[in-house]
Design a protein around this ligand. Structure first.
Ligand SMILES: Cc1cc2nc3c(=O)[nH]c(=O)nc-3n(C[C@H](O)[C@H](O)[C@H](O)COP(=O)(O)OP(=O)(O)OC[C@H]3O[C@@H](n4cnc5c(N)ncnc54)[C@H](O)[C@@H]3O)c2cc1C
Length: 440
């Protein structure tokens, strides 16, 4: 029977992959612990987010498996087995990367988050609650202020607070203002969820691309395309191009360089996309055909991101405060190696496990508050920060090599699919030697 006055209070902000997995991991690893978990998100549903696709890599599949929800969380995902690399300027195909389809899935972000949300059982989820302030109290507990959709303010006090509020993190802005500003990495990407209204209008090749397990990276002279199958005849289609190309294209289309995507006329968006696709795939009409299946260029499913990231936090738990930042809040990572959601999920499963283990030793709120730094935050940072640094660095390398100054590139950066930290280190070493030998 739950004794409310003794329950450990855990707060989480952000119902993205990191926040939802943290709640699910706590529920799975500490089913008998007397605690109250509250999860806040400013949005109404997972659909209020302009994302398209997640690659759920092996590290995330394994984490979901450890908490017993892998198949229930990923049942709508496509099993992915191959990533192909093609440079159309050189007419050269590179060695594909193969992955285990049991442990590599492509999912639609909104569907995946909705499936994760459905698995939550004991956590109290407060949607439309924006966290506007977080402050440390004298005993280390965390005071959180929220504002809801009718502008009602509320205050909560937690023994432990996990910030999973993504790359625009309020926690990061409040506690790490010096490193909260995102860093422009020199390119933009147009992301689209392409879905033919009537599959009979789509070519067999398009349907094979969207329903098979093969992803593709195709590099031209000005742009690089990324294609990920999403099943049900849907394709995640990305078009990446550097700032120099953007400036020229925007000028050709009589647009100001800082013109907002939402304000660009639909036919101009399509023209820009078509010219970049023709650059990357001049000999294959399937990639242009995909653009014909976009029926609304002003939809939230078609958007443009200027690619930015942050340096990973070296100490993700601020002094004198039982707050821990994980996922994009601690390390906004470029999508160039498709690792952002996977890393966030792995972060979350591990934090859930660490808190559950600590609660076995210190089930009392006063004790867990006192020992938070020593048995949760410090060991967590020690194990995670090296992985964050490695993967953020790898994503930056993939950005430089695959998405910038394409006309001068001879190969692709290795490593969109890195299953674990050991292999990741090996691949980093190989890449570093290759760079020194100027094979790039
Ligand atoms: C264009 C683009 C493409 C990407 N493609 C991929 C990909 O192919 N594969 C991949 O793995 N990753 C990809 N990523 C990265 C991926 O989106 C993130 O790494 C991942 O979503 C991080 O998860 P998270 O839970 O840490 O944060 P988020 O998913 O950003 O979730 C943060 C949540 O916090 C909520 N929130 C924020 N502030 C507040 C607040 N103050 N109060 C209450 N709630 C708040 C938000 O509403 C949101 O629900 C891409 C990112 C971008 C920008």
């Amino acid at each position: 029977m739950k004794q409310d006055k003794k329950a450990v209070k855990i707060g989480i902000v952000g119902a993205g992959p990191a926040g939802l997995t943290t709640a699910l991991a706590l529920e799975a690893y500490a089913p008998n612990v007397d605690f109250d978990i509250i999860l806040f998100d400013k949005n109404e549903t997972p659909y209020d987010y302009p994302g398209v696709e997640y690659g759920i890599q092996e590290r995330a599949c394994r984490a979901l498996e450890r908490i017993g929800i892998k198949e229930r969380a990923l049942h709508r995902g496509v099993r992915a087995h191959t990533i192909e690399f093609y440079n159309s300027r050189l007419n050269r195909r590179f060695q594909p990367i193969n992955s285990n389809p049991e442990y590599t899935r492509c999912v639609v972000r909104q569907e995946f988050l909705s499936d994760l949300s459905d698995l939550i059982s004991t956590t109290t989820v407060k949607m439309q609650h924006k966290v506007v302030d977080i402050a440390a109290l004298a005993d280390g507990s965390v005071q959180v202020e929220t504002i809801d959709h009718v502008n009602k303010r509320d205050q909560f006090i937690f023994d432990i607070f996990i910030a999973c509020d993504g790359s625009f993190s309020t926690a990061r802005r409040l506690f790490y203002p010096e490193s909260a500003e995102k860093i422009d990495q020199g390119f933009s990407c147009m992301y689209m969820l392409v879905e033919p209204k009537n599959p009979l209008d789509a070519s067999e090749r398009f349907l094979n691309l969207s329903n098979g397990g093969t992803s593709q990276l195709i590099m031209g002279t000005k742009s690089t395309l990324t294609l990920f199958p999403l099943g049900k005849n849907r394709l995640a289609y990305g078009i990446g191009f550097d700032h120099h190309t953007k400036q020229a294209l925007w000028a050709q289309n009589n647009l100001q360089n800082d013109e907002k995507w939402a304000e660009i006329p639909a036919f101009t968006k399509r023209n820009i996309a078509a010219s970049l696709v023709e650059d990357a795939c001049p000999h294959d009409s399937t990639y242009l055909e995909a653009l014909d299946h976009v029926d609304d260029w002003d939809s939230y499913k078609i958007y443009l991101w200027r690619m930015k990231d942050t340096d990973p936090l070296l100490n993700p738990s601020p002094e004198n405060c039982n707050l821990l930042l994980i996922g994009d809040a601690a390390h906004a990572i470029l999508p160039t190696i498709g690792m952002g959601a996977s890393l966030a999920i792995e972060d979350a499963e591990l934090v859930g496990k660490q808190i559950a283990n600590a609660l076995e030793k210190y089930p009392n709120p006063d004790d867990i508050r006192t020992h938070f730094k020593e048995i949760i935050a410090k060991p967590y940072a020690k194990s995670r920060v090296p992985i964050w640094k490695d993967l953020v660095g790898r994503a930056r390398l993939a950005a430089r090599e695959n998405f910038i100054d394409q006309a001068n590139k001879k190969r692709f950066a290795i490593g969109p699919a890195i299953p674990n930290s050991q292999l990741s280190k090996v691949v980093s070493g190989v890449e570093s030697v290759m760079r020194k030998l100027t094979w790039y």
